[in-house]
Design a protein around this ligand. Structure first.
Ligand SMILES: Cc1cc2nc3c(=O)[nH]c(=O)nc-3n(C[C@H](O)[C@H](O)[C@H](O)COP(=O)(O)O)c2cc1C
Length: 356
């Protein structure tokens, strides 16, 4: 057996698999609890998690904070001793308030990316919560380790290293994404494994390294474990499960996607993203959408300039209007040909790891 369980501070997940956070209700309590029950790490995304609350249109912030607490408590209750975390983007408006609600609800782990979560250690002071930045380069890992060590006397419990094949927002520019083959992602992972060593020695504490992006099979997981990683983060594969919180049409868009349907799209966050190139993407690439309502979700978004409202586009697709919304997906998403249960998927992945 290639794996011993994934160490996250003093917690250990039986399986070396973190389910990546997926915004706007795609990974809420149902998916996260199912993954944690199977021995993986279940992650609830904070991004517009209250989109289906009654008062969301009038009071989105209040609805989001209330829904976040509700989903954490529900997932923790359902999975008993499983590990439940949140994913929060650095660019989230009211970042501190979301973190506070998650801490009070007893979340085990906070994963934060799409920017540098500089002051996360300060926000979690006094709580027994594990913290994990998402990085896409050695430079970003170096910066976080240095700043957290110097300013807060703390190191991450996990570093998620997200590569260019992931779904959602990407920490690479368009030029890099056009030449993925020339990006040596395994080298980035190896360099971060090397980089963290001196910090582990200083703090006498393990930092788990968890690559993400385009990981499809147990064999893919085994390859990263052989490289020295402690586990992986996967998101796309968890969408086509019964327990995923999205509408069935969203899941079927994954089942039906062909390789040529998946590509790089512009996102109002200012980073490129990987998504299904559907009618919506075609429409907004030709003409800027008229923004009539701003949800105040992401700091870098300017409603007067953005080609479309990302909240509206993601809410539309998660509710099932898949031709008129944004469908983030990883570059291996086209391989998915059916909807399974989380248990079936986890068993398949473990078998693949053991075979490799
Ligand atoms: C539908 C979808 C939504 C996502 N939403 C978020 C998000 O809100 N915040 C975030 O940091 N990452 C988000 N991601 C990225 C995932 O958490 C994960 O790191 C990445 O997708 C891994 O690659 P994979 O999908 O190829 O497994 C999203 C990915 C997908 C596919």
């Amino acid at each position: 057996m290639l794996f011993k369980g994934l160490k996250i501070g003093d917690l250990v997940a039986k399986l070396p698999i973190i389910q990546g956070g997926m915004g706007v209700g795609i990974s809420s309590s149902s998916l996260a609890a199912a993954v944690a029950k199977c021995g993986g790490v279940g992650i609830i995304s904070t991004a517009q998690i209250g989109y289906d609350e009654d008062d969301f249109e009038k009071k989105p912030i209040e609805a989001n904070l209330r829904a976040l607490k509700k989903h954490i408590l529900k997932a923790k209750e359902e999975c008993k001793n499983g590990i439940i975390g949140i994913n929060i983007m650095v660019a989230t408006r009211y970042y501190e308030e979301h973190v506070k609600v998650a801490l009070e609800a007893g979340v085990d782990l906070i994963i934060s990316g799409a920017g540098i979560p500089r002051n996360l250690p300060k926000l979690v002071e006094g709580y027994n919560v594990k913290i994990a930045p998402i990085v896409s380069s050695v430079k970003a890992a170096e910066l976080i380790l240095r700043v957290w060590d110097k300013k807060y006397n703390r190191i991450p419990d996990v570093i998620v290293v997200e590569g260019p094949r992931a779904g959602g927002h990407l920490g690479f520019n368009n030029e890099e994404l056009e030449n993925i083959e020339s990006l040596d992602f395994n080298k980035t992972v190896k360099d971060i494994l090397e980089l963290k060593r001196s910090y582990e020695e200083k703090y006498k504490k393990h930092i788990s390294i968890v690559p993400a992006g385009g990981i499809y099979s147990g064999e893919d997981i085994a390859n990263y474990l052989k490289l020295g990683a402690d586990g992986v983060q996967m998101a796309t594969r968890f969408v086509a499960t019964k327990e995923c919180d999205a509408h069935i049409n969203f899941k079927m868009a994954y089942v039906n996607a062909r390789k040529e349907d998946i590509g790089i799209v512009k996102s109002p966050v200012g980073m490129p993203g990987r998504a299904v190139k559907n009618d919506f993407i075609l429409k907004v690439s030709k003409e800027k959408e008229k923004i009539t309502r701003c949800y105040n979700c992401l700091i870098p978004c300017d409603p007067t300039k953005t080609p479309y409202c990302i909240s509206k586009a993601l809410i539309s697709s998660v509710k099932g209007n898949v031709d008129d919304g944004l469908i983030f997906i990883g570059d291996n998403g086209y391989k998915i040909d059916k909807i399974t249960t989380v248990k079936e998927l986890m068993d398949e992945l473990v078998e693949g790891i053991e075979r490799a």
